[in-house]
Design a protein around this ligand. Structure first.
Ligand code: BV8
Length: 259
């Protein structure tokens, strides 16, 4: 048995008795769907300055540039589909009493893979809102066509329409964040999949799980600032490790039931 396979067996043995599993994900879980991550060498931030493309100030100064980047991202996401990691994570719902996905991703691929409880900390590529919140925060607006060269004006006040995502310096959606904290505090196991763990406050969630002695398992081909603190680190791509982990949990369950 290869080293990673024995790591997966150990993780499954530790995980199988969990009652409440939180799955915390970042852009790495969608990498094998063909969607770029942010901070890897070939990531989005290597080509697009986050101060322009992920702040309200950047959108205000360069609305067409930012708008066209999000058009491109929407097209990329619509061309993509869930990969074996998303599907494996969705299968966990049948194996544990409570499974909640908390994602930093805006691509909706967990939902398309079948996960039924998904908390989107940083918004969604398919939601849009008035950039002036003219009828409260958020003022939802219809999803515009994919090929507009500039943000369409809000039909109520004329301010530019913006993606309903969380940019730097912006608060996460309050109710979503509060529920995410509650899930992280209550869970007895957390899978941390495909995140560099550098963006706050999302990166605090695994720390909350560790603080109350939940089993935290990290899945990532590269170590992160969290890696030294977790009891189990599975080094490799989620598209391989997650299906293997699900199969190993099923074997543990079969062994336990003697079937
Ligand atoms: C806020 C928009 C309160 C959505 C994004 C100094 C210290 C600490 C914090 C701060 C600070 N200065 C400012 C802050 C706060 C700031 C922050 O955290 N900055 C960091 C970068 C220093 N945070 C904020 O501003 C947040 N809001 O704090 O509000 C507030 C309010 C007002 C004033 C002050 C404070 C808002 C953060 C949201 C930012 N939005 N994007 C979008 O368009 O998608 S950023 C971007 O980062 C995305 O949201 C993304 O989801 C998020 C996290 O990135 P990851 O998902 O982890 O992706 P990354 O590329 O980094 O890593 C990918 C990983 O996958 C890698 O580890 C790689 O090894 C792995 N991988 C690769 N292949 C695979 C794989 N894993 C598994 N399988 C594979 N095959």
């Amino acid at each position: 048995m290869e080293d990673w396979q024995s790591q997966v067996s150990t993780a499954a043995y530790e995980l199988v008795t969990a009652r409440h599993v939180v799955i915390f994900t970042g852009a790495g879980v969608s990498k094998e769907s063909g969607i770029a991550t942010f901070r890897e060498r070939d990531g989005a931030w290597a080509k697009y300055d986050p101060r322009v493309y992920a702040t309200m100030e950047g959108f205000r100064r360069h609305p067409e540039q930012v708008w066209q980047w999000y058009n491109w991202r929407r097209q990329e996401i619509l061309k993509a589909g869930p990969n074996p990691a998303h599907r494996g994570l969705a299968e966990l719902e049948a194996l544990f009493p409570r499974v909640v996905v908390i994602t930093q991703n805006i691509d909706g691929l967990h939902q398309r893979a079948g996960s039924s409880t998904v908390l989107e900390l940083h918004g969604s590529f398919q939601r849009f809102r008035c950039s002036a919140d003219c009828r409260g925060h958020p003022t939802p607006l219809p999803e515009p066509p994919l090929d507009l060269p500039a943000p369409p004006p809000c039909p109520f006040c004329g301010a530019p329409t913006r993606p309903d995502v969380v940019w730097f310096g912006e608060l996460l959606p309050t109710e979503v964040w509060e529920q995410a904290v509650e899930e992280a505090l209550q869970c007895d196991a957390m899978l941390v999949v495909g995140t560099s763990g550098v963006v706050e406050p999302a990166a605090a969630l695994p720390r909350l799980a560790l603080q109350h002695s939940a089993l935290v398992i990290e899945v990532n081909p590269e170590p992160t600032p969290l890696t030294p603190r977790v009891p189990l680190y599975l080094s490799g791509p989620a598209g391989t490790l997650i299906p293997a982990l699900v199969a190993a949990v099923r074997r543990e369950r079969a062994g336990a039931s003697g079937s």
